[in-house]
Design a protein around this ligand. Structure first.
Ligand code: NAI
Ligand code: MG
Length: 363
């Protein structure tokens, strides 16, 4: 019995924040099986040095030796580079990590005040426009670019199941003294995000497949209410009344955009964790990118990565050590004294990390 964690810092601030996530896991190790960490390569830098962004050894080690992994961030170029393709997108596919789960929660100044934003974006992780089936054609009228958007019943159904399971496992919002939920009688809620008024075939299939999940579940999800929201107005309402959302389930591209938007509500991308989960593997990953504007300065916020480590442990069933990490993070953010610059503070990555580790050890 052991827990082997693959570490893939990749590029930019990934190299500064993944060590902090590792420290957090080490800090709770007495509640975990014997730990082993394996350092693995991937990313743009790896590509420029070796000609591949995702070495086959990395994939092999993840599959054969690791129980889970932490991924930092890659610096993918916006232009097309021959031979390069994003390793994170490839890893999600390779390991069939079909669910990207992104909790977004605002920090309250004191424990008795409920957070105004407390939601989870459940993003389908393997298809939609991110199948990257793009084509450039020269026509008589100039260049024409086309992309395939793939939506399958199978992938939509399995992401729908994850959304309902999460909603069912969430603390009930009303009746617990908290008033997060806009509709006080909606205790657990799944909101399906789509645009099937325009894309009636693709988004229509997504919507129908998710809606079919509770129908097929023989009453298991009877307590969970289903709502729908078109993606554009979903973003609008997210900014005006974030408290109306609980679990939001979306196809890949919408989910990507909504979760970055939700990050703005709680102050910074630097605090939003995620996991990429499949039936057999889980990979923690901060939602942010490689942040080239601040990389190398030692000022990146380590919280997103530390929380990703907690989320990963929780997914693996280690909820007590995950709670410890989350509590230490919240107790660091709430007083607002030891913060990185993205949250208006002046502490460094290592100062924030040290402070959080101190609070874990004090528990
Ligand atoms: P980004 O998330 O890297 O940065 C957006 C802004 O947020 C920047 O001002 C950055 O300084 C700030 N920020 C992000 N994380 C932070 C942290 N932990 N602490 C403090 N500030 C933080 O997004 P951007 O600029 O659009 O992309 C930069 C590169 O990252 C691109 O090459 C992109 O392809 C890549 N990227 C990679 C992702 C991944 O590995 N999964 C996800 C998103 C972007
Ligand atoms: Mg993104």
């Amino acid at each position: 019995n052991s827990l082997t964690v693959g570490l893939i810092p990749a590029d930019g601030i990934g190299r500064e924040v993944i060590p902090a996530a590792r420290d957090a896991i080490v800090a709770v190790q007495q509640e975990l099986p014997p730990l082993k960490f394996i350092d693995l390569l991937a990313g743009w830098d790896t590509f420029t040095r070796t000609g591949t962004a995702l070495p086959s050894e990395t994939v092999r080690a993840l599959k054969d030796e690791c129980d889970c992994a932490l991924f930092g961030s890659v610096s993918s170029p916006s232009r097309k580079v021959a031979g390069y393709s994003s390793p994170i997108v490839a890893l999600r596919k390779e390991l069939d990590l079909y669910a990207n789960i992104r909790p977004v929660r605002s920090v309250s100044a004191d424990a008795s005040t409920p957070p105004t934003t407390d939601l989870i974006v459940v993003r389908e992780n393997t298809e939609c426009l991110y199948v990257k089936d793009e084509k450039l054609v020269n026509t008589d009228n100039g260049k024409e670019a086309r992309a395939i958007r793939l939506i399958t019943e199978r992938a939509s159904t399995r992401i729908g199941k994850i959304a309902f399971e999460l909603a069912k496992a969430r603390p009930r919002k009303a009746g617990t003294g908290s008033n997060c939920c806009y509709f006080s009688d909606l205790l657990q809620l799944v909101t399906i995000i789509h645009k099937s008024n325009v894309l009636s075939v693709t988004d229509g299939l997504f919507r129908e497949s998710v809606r079919a999940v509770p129908v097929a579940a023989n009453g298991k999800f009877d307590d969970v209410t289903i709502e729908e929201q078109l993606v554009d107005s979903a973003v609008y309402r997210l900014f005006r009344e974030p408290q109306i959302y609980d679990v939001m389930v979306a196809p890949n591209l919408y989910g990507d955009i909504i979760s970055d938007a939700a990050a703005a509500l709680v102050g910074s991308l630097g605090v939003i964790p995620s996991i990429n989960a499949g039936d057999n593997f889980v990979m923690g990953e901060p939602v942010h990118g490689s942040a080239p504007d601040i990389a190398g300065k030692g000022i990146a916020n380590p919280v997103a990565s530390i929380r990703s480590a907690a989320l990963m442990l929780r997914h693996l069933g280690y909820s007590s050590p995950a709670d410890k990490i989350d509590k230490a993070v919240n107790d660091t953010l709430a007083p607002g004294k030891v913060l990185t610059a993205d949250l208006g503070g002046s502490s460094s990555t290592s100062e924030v990390t040290k402070h959080i580790m101190g609070l874990i050890e004090a528990q």
